[in-house]
Ligand binder design. Structure first.
Ligand SMILES: Cc1ncc(C[n+]2csc(CCOP(=O)(O)OP(=O)(O)O)c2C)c(N)n1
Length: 556
């Protein structure tokens, strides 16, 4: 059998259903091997889109998403999506073609050192320089990509090796158990919990993986501790639960920070520093912290946990649940209730009334009413992401997907395609700004060609809005941010999909409803008034925490 056939058989053994990518001469053998397999190859319009699709597919399924590119420019185009999977801890395997092994040592057409280029943004990568290595390389790429904490791996296949003969079999994956928590670390953590007055949980990206959310929800219900999540931890505990204090993510002292300030013990669960820096909630480095994660904490001035429980998060929470249940450990929940009510009041203040200019948070209320709890919203990066993180309540893990470690624009539209493939039954909305939309809007053609139905919502302010927001705050002016745009409705129609351009609130509500519920590929342009961004900054600069009265009697 050819090495390329063996590699595709190995992908089949890994359970791969889709490979997202773009053809080139140097991956020709792999492509023809894919043609004769059970795997569906999805040609994309740009390799970055393929990598984002693999990234989001990996997050939603827990199985590595696979993307394929040719050598040189194909490989460089993959980089952003691969880096996104790396910093956002999404399982992804990237495969690139390469020049034949007899020209790798010299200057040669399209030949660049791809393995070294991918090294800093992958957990592991290599070149297959010997046919016999192929089954091990594929198994290792998947094992490392999917193992906690997940991330990206990469291998390249020189074209001469792809054509060689190799009589070997794929190595089949086997289930492995993750490490159990150390009992001394558990008892040290329990000592801190017993002494605490107002402990709380900071749930990160790891809290939505590997069933951690189920055990976290039980822990919260038993102990009555409040929970703040990061943007990528949204849904670990339902925002309908009275213990939820919603999400932190802004570089400002927003309401959830008031609770973190007031708490005397923070239990972080699957918290990735890349996502939200600890200086925003522990600037005086005086917080007692218990770190629960698959890996030890980063060495970081503002994050110095007293106790680290390094093990499977679910297993750790399961052990802690057993202890708190036996000892009947419960905290007074009244101290944070008024804060939650205040936040709900704040969110509701953004509801739109007929005649108001459209805003992102106002539109999010309408979207939330249409989406049912497990439906998926994929956020791009920009000011809209801040509002989604802050104001869009989430009820199930993995029902809001965001790029927050790398925070890369352009993920949402390709992400919508991956979400549709992973979840044919759900309603899916991919939400983006005009800037992020036009970075990868070519993938509308991919979505249409493969019949992936979902709704693209473009918040249009003719601007790189988040950058204007920040520049205005720093300097009172903007530079290099203004844009002009095509007619988005007509643009959508030119791809053969339905476009909506609502003008009134009633139209906005009806159009969003019709578009999302149809599960067809369509686009809704929402022209927005960005003034609300600076208003939010103004409100938060006045320090909402100083004006907020906790029910302190309960925690003295
Ligand atoms: C690939 C990439 N390039 C640049 C940035 C820096 N950046 C962050 S947000 C932003 C503007 C986003 O504008 P838009 O997509 O229109 O969304 P809006 O902020 O208006 O909601 C930019 C340029 C980034 N995060 N990712």
């Amino acid at each position: 059998m050819k090495v390329s056939d063996l590699i595709v058989k190995s992908l089949e053994a890994e359970g791969v259903k889709y490979v997202f990518g773009l053809p080139g001469e140097e991956n020709e053998d792999l492509l023809f091997s894919l043609e004769n397999s059970s795997i569906k190859f999805i040609p994309t319009r740009m390799e970055t889109g393929a990598a984002f699709m693999a990234d989001v597919y990996g997050r939603l399924t827990g199985k590595a998403g696979v993307c394929l590119a040719t050598l040189g420019p194909g490989a460089t185009n993959l980089l952003t999506g691969v880096a996104d999977a790396h910093l956002d801890k999404a399982p992804l395997v990237a495969i690139t073609g390469q020049a034949s092994s007899d020209r790798l040592h010299k200057e040669s057409h399209q030949n660049i050192d791809i393995v070294n280029m991918f090294r800093p943004i992958t957990k592991w990568n290599t070149s297959i320089l010997n046919p016999q290595a192929a089954p091990e390389v594929v198994r290792k790429a998947f094992k490392l990509a999917e193992m906690e904490k997940p991330g990206a791996t990469h291998f390249e296949l020189p074209e001469d090796i792809a054509r060689m003969d190799c009589q070997m079999e794929p190595i089949k994956p086997k289930r492995i158990r993750r490490a159990a928590p150390d009992y001394k670390a558990l008892s040290q953590a329990m000592e801190l919990i017993r002494k605490a007055r107002a402990p709380m949980i900071l749930a990160g990206n790891g809290a939505i993986r590997k069933m951690a959310s189920k055990h976290l929800r039980k822990f919260v219900a038993q102990t009555d501790m409040p929970v703040v999540s990061t943007f990528m931890g949204k849904g670990a505990v339902s925002d309908n639960d009275m213990h939820s204090l919603f999400a932190v993510g802004m570089q400002a002292r927003d309401y959830p920070i008031c609770a973190l300030d007031r708490s005397d013990l923070i239990i972080t669960v699957g918290y990735d520093i890349a996502e939200y820096a600890p200086e925003f909630w522990n600037s005086s480095v005086d917080k007692k912290i218990i770190h629960i994660d698959f890996l030890p904490s980063e060495v970081y001035r503002y994050y110095q946990p007293e106790v680290e429980i390094i093990a499977d998060i679910s297993a750790t929470l399961w052990e802690l649940n057993g202890i708190v249940e036996k000892e009947n450990i419960k905290f007074d929940r009244n101290w944070f209730g008024p804060l939650r009510n205040k936040m709900i009041e704040d969110f509701n203040s953004y509801r739109l009334k007929e005649g108001d200019p459209f805003t992102v948070p106002g539109t999010l209320h309408l979207i939330r009413e249409i989406m049912i709890p497990g439906d998926i919203l994929i956020s791009d990066v920009g000011s809209h992401k801040i509002w989604i993180g802050r104001n869009y309540p989430v009820y199930e893990p993995n029902s809001v997907i965001m790029s927050n470690g790398l925070a890369s624009m352009g993920i949402a539209l390709p992400g919508g395609i991956a979400a549709r493939l992973a979840h044919p039954e759900k309603q899916i909305a991919a939400v983006m700004g005009d800037g992020g939309f036009l970075m990868n809007s070519q993938e509308i053609e991919t979505a249409r060609r493969i019949g992936a139905g979902f709704t693209i919502i473009v918040f249009n302010d003719n601007d790189y809005g988040l950058i204007s927001w920040k520049q205005n705050r720093h300097t009172g002016r903007t530079f290099g941010t203004g844009l002009t745009n095509p007619d988005f409705k007509k643009y959508a129609e030119s791809f053969g999909i339905k476009g909506y351009a609502p003008k009134t609130l009633a139209e906005l509500r009806d159009n969003l409803h019709e578009a999302i519920a149809s599960r067809q590929l369509n686009l809704v342009e929402v022209p927005i008034h960005p003034g609300i961004n600076s208003e939010l900054s103004g409100k938060l600069e006045k320090s909402v925490c100083d004006n907020f009265q906790f029910n302190d009697n309960n925690i003295q």
